[in-house]
Design a protein around this ligand. Structure first.
Ligand SMILES: [Zn+2]
Length: 73
């Protein structure tokens, strides 16, 4: 029965380790994105879709993902 809890503990530890690993990878990739600030992601203020600032439509200082959203906004 104690062995059962040991396995459970190992599984929890592995999940914890994977979570921390992913977090550090996400942090490093986001800092990479900051280096190329020309490809910054912006949120469409109508539907909430993220588009690169290069592809985004800008009207009155607000970002839109498409012409349709720009007309709605
Ligand atoms: Zn949109």
């Amino acid at each position: 029965m104690i062995f059962k809890w040991l396995i459970f503990g190992v599984i929890v530890y592995v999940i914890y380790a994977i979570f921390f690993k992913d977090k550090s990878i996400a942090n490093s990739s986001s800092s990479d994105k900051k280096d190329k600030d020309s490809e910054e992601m912006v949120e469409c203020c109508v539907c909430g879709t993220f588009v690169s600032s290069k592809e985004a439509y800008i009207k009155n200082g607000k970002f839109y993902c498409s012409k349709e959203c720009m007309q709605k906004g």
